[in-house]
Design a protein around this ligand. Structure first.
Ligand SMILES: [Zn+2]
Length: 585
């Protein structure tokens, strides 16, 4: 692949140089008239023109040389002062999960229980007769009542059809009587391990609200998405991802839902995806152990066994290639919790609500589980993605990798440290030695930053998502949005957050870890492609690579840095074809 790319570049330069343009095959399109940032190299590089042929970039360089690629049918695209970049790459998102939420009622920003119910009533009309009426995204503490809706209230949405709502964290929810009936859950059902059904005054009857594994027990009984609904999961999410300039999306945990595999296979069969989708399958080898764990591990659905096996049985061609825009690239594990439950070696500075003593967060899986995963996957092409926020979780990952290297030798595996919010300085060298790559969640600074400062204390918060330290150490890192954890999968919001590190209250969290707009853009283009092991085809504008492009209204390198997040995406192009365009105002 590299040979071919170099060959094309060399050929193009040679021909332009010696004036044998007649021998150059005309391009399909030539872009010019704006800022073209190649994103190749540690310093910004700009070119005048870019030529595309058959979905690939065939030339980047001066306009005079690009002219040699012009034929009678070549489209000349005037950027009119706008900025052209490589298409953005999502390095940690939940594309399928997000797509499912799009099918459901959007409950984000609901102010009262009445508003939740009103939005759910509209969802009744949008839902096929045999489907559950489901909504996602409310936050109980943001409702005026300070509590989630009850079963009785949800019965007013529909008395005879199952109604289920899930909050923005995905860990809490509420259901009506018909949903409990459909799930086979009654007043006599005991609370499952790691979860709780809220009970009425009699201490038995189901009040509606539920937590963690109790919620999963109901949610798992929802009928699978099929037919038009399954199509809408994919096409809906793809439109949102493309509208934020992404030409590669990620599903980092396929298998959280029982129907995830079917939804992705449907997308492959029907060629529904206009952009690439990298899949990291929730590994199910250790489901029983995981189901017994608490906190985030309850997000594992014990009934969704064998995600990897199911995918491979249905599509043996899903190896390292993209098949109709889907690639099975990795396996996903959760090692600890989130802001309130990150697993640290030192206790929280201030305990999160409800926690007592020297609370230092939660470990999610035993070492043996992770060691077994590395035994199985270290020497294969499947990357291991590990959710981790605290330094103890990073220690666990590093120990597992060290054991794998000892047993199986060093491999170009590129394990992904998902979030890696706080790693100690002494861990950075170990990360370097094993070739691991953190995918930071800078968008978390805006909603979560102030809480991080309070709960984690000054040292850990200032060093959280240590982008500048990683740059100094010569280490790669990427930025991700984790949508729907960030409700909008905006890449420019990540760039903005990495540059400004400004919390919701306006305080700069860890000013020493701020990086330049160019460095932040590299984290969502060139380095992002490297993290996915796709740097030979994606991430920079160079001859031979795919013509995955995004056109921005303004140049992120020259605008006022706190306005980077407001720059409009104008057009998204996947392999030479426009897959999204901003409609005229
Ligand atoms: Zn995630």
């Amino acid at each position: 692949m590299r040979y071919a790319a170099e060959c094309v570049t060399w050929l193009a330069m040679l021909m332009a140089g010696i004036g044998v343009s007649a021998a150059v095959e005309p391009a399909d399109a030539i872009y010019g008239g704006g800022t073209i940032l190649t994103m190749a190299g540690p310093e910004p590089a700009q070119v005048e023109s870019l030529a595309v042929k058959d979905g690939r970039i065939v030339f980047v360089g001066p306009a005079a040389e690009a002219a040699t690629f012009a034929g009678p049918n070549t489209r000349r695209i005037d950027l009119a002062g706008k900025t052209l970049l490589p298409g953005f790459i999502d390095t940690h998102g939940h594309f399928v999960y997000f797509g499912k939420n799009l099918v459901d009622a959007n409950l984000f920003g609901s102010a009262t229980v009445a508003e939740v119910l009103e939005r759910m009533r509209k969802q009744v009309e949008r839902t096929p007769a045999d489907g559950w009426i489901v909504g996602f995204g409310y936050q109980a503490r943001q409702l005026a009542e300070g509590r989630p809706p009850t079963a009785e209230e949800l019965d007013r949405v529909s008395a005879d059809r199952p109604v289920l709502i899930v909050d923005s964290s995905g860990h809490l929810g509420s259901a009506n009587a018909a949903a409990f009936r459909a799930a086979g859950i009654s007043a006599a059902t005991p609370d499952p391990t790691g979860g709780k059904f809220a009970r009425g005054d009699d201490g038995k009857s189901l009040a509606g609200p539920m937590e963690e594994t109790a919620l999963n027990a109901v949610r798992a009984k929802r009928p699978p998405f099929s037919g038009e609904l399954a199509d809408r999961v994919i096409t809906g999410a793809a439109e949102v991802w493309a509208s934020h300039g992404q030409t590669t999306a990620m599903e980092a945990g396929l298998g959280l839902g029982n129907d995830d595999v079917a939804v992705v296979l449907n997308a492959i069969d029907k060629r529904l995806l206009p952009i690439d989708l990298y899949v990291a399958a929730k590994d199910s080898a250790m489901d029983e152990t995981l189901a017994a764990a608490y906190g985030v591990a309850s997000a594992y659905n014990p009934q969704a066994a064998g995600t990897l096996a199911k995918l491979r049985a249905a599509r043996p061609d899903l190896d390292s290639r993209y098949v109709n825009r889907v690639r099975l690239g990795g396996i996903k594990f959760w090692l600890d919790g989130s802001l309130d439950t990150a697993w640290f070696t030192e206790p929280y500075t201030v305990n999160p609500p409800g926690k007592t003593g020297a609370f230092a967060g939660y470990r999610q899986i035993p070492d043996a589980v992770l060691d077994a995963a590395f035994d199985r996957f270290w020497a294969t092409g499947l990357q291991i993605h590990m959710h981790m926020n605290g330094d103890a979780a990073a220690d666990q990952a590093l120990a597992a990798i060290a054991k794998a290297v000892k047993k199986h030798g060093m491999h170009d595996h590129r394990p992904v440290f998902v979030h890696a919010s706080w790693v100690r300085p002494d861990q950075v060298e170990k990360i370097k030695a094993c070739g691991a790559i953190p995918s930071f969640l800078p968008s978390g600074i805006v909603p979560g930053g102030d809480a991080v400062v309070r709960l984690w204390g000054p040292v850990r918060s200032a060093g959280a998502m240590a982008a500048r330290s990683f740059l100094r150490a010569g280490l790669p890192f990427t930025f991700s949005h984790d949508a729907p954890v960030s409700p909008v999968p905006s890449i420019l919001a990540l760039v903005d957050a990495g540059v400004n590190r400004m919390s919701g209250s306006g305080q700069v969290i860890g000013p020493d870890e701020r990086i330049t707009p160019y460095q932040a853009l590299r984290a969502v283009t060139a380095t992002a492609a490297y993290q996915l092991k796709e740097e030979k085809t994606k991430g920079t504008l160079e001859a031979g690579k795919l013509a995955d492009l995004v056109i921005l209204e303004k140049n992120p390198l020259t605008v006022e840095p706190t306005t980077i997040k407001d720059i409009a995406v104008m057009e998204t192009i996947k392999e030479g074809k426009t897959v999204w365009r901003r409609s005229a105002p």
